[in-house]
Design a protein around this ligand. Structure first.
Ligand SMILES: [Zn+2]
Length: 251
């Protein structure tokens, strides 16, 4: 009978010997003496010691450790998601964040933790924003490199890095409209660079008086342009110019 320890010689409760948190758990200013109840196992009793998390002595230690460890992982993941610019690291950390938030949610339902529900509700938005931001950064860097490239061929290689990043992004966020727009833009950029690369080679062949080679390359450029489904104004103009050039060189 552990309660005996708290009774003084007159048989009344010796408040001095009752541990403060146990005493608080049974005293409520509005309702007088109430029973303490563990939020996890549901155990209740007048002398049940209840921790700050609302847990009994048996439930508190393992749950407090679990919450601490998971909160540590959550904080570390949030920092890495924000500071890293490696998409793979970010997606891995996003998964870890979700896994730990889901695990803590079981405590939230019992009223042991607070704030997890809010974090979970913001998770999808955080995930989308992080992935889009990361892909955009890779894309901007790739386009800057492609624009500064000394040849159209190197420009294609540089721009292809952006295409890889967008493809990875779409694996994480299928059908995401922002990524699909990026994909459209970068494909257009690469198509133009590829065409310029063929035209550069054709010009060089003309300069070297290699007429047949030049005609061959212009035809290759036409074939390439024909393969593009939605041609823009610049591409349509190129077709007209190339056809004229082939006629002139063939005379
Ligand atoms: Zn308990």
């Amino acid at each position: 009978m552990p309660n005996q320890a708290h009774l003084n010689s007159t048989g009344r409760i010796d408040t001095m010997s009752v541990r403060p948190r146990a005493f608080l758990s049974m005293w409520c200013p509005e309702r007088g003496i109430v029973m303490g109840q563990c939020k996890n196992c549901g155990n209740k009793g007048f002398f049940l010691s209840i921790s700050g998390l609302g847990l009994c002595d048996s439930c508190h230690p393992p749950i407090a450790v679990d919450i601490n460890q998971r909160m540590g992982i959550i904080n570390e993941s949030m920092n890495l998601i924000q500071s890293s610019n490696v998409l793979k690291t970010q997606t891995h950390r996003l998964e870890l964040l979700k896994k730990n938030l889901d695990a803590l949610y079981k405590y939230e339902k019992k009223g042991i933790t607070r704030g997890i529900t809010k974090l979970l509700s913001m998770y999808d938005m955080l995930r989308e924003e992080t992935i889009l931001k990361s892909v955009k950064a890779i894309m901007d860097a790739a386009i800057a490199k492609a624009t500064a490239a000394p040849s159209a061929k190197l420009s294609v290689t540089a721009a292809s890095k952006a295409l890889e990043a967008i493809t990875s992004g779409l694996q994480e966020l299928p059908d995401n409209e922002v990524l699909l727009d990026y994909m459209h833009d970068i494909n257009k950029y690469i198509d133009d660079a590829k065409l310029k690369s063929i035209l550069d080679a054709a010009n060089l062949a003309e300069f070297k008086d290699k007429t047949n080679r030049a005609i061959d390359l212009y035809k290759e450029a036409l074939f390439f342009l024909n393969g593009i489904e939605e041609k823009d104004q610049w591409q349509l103009e190129q077709i007209a110019e190339i056809e004229t050039r082939i006629k002139e060189l063939s005379q």
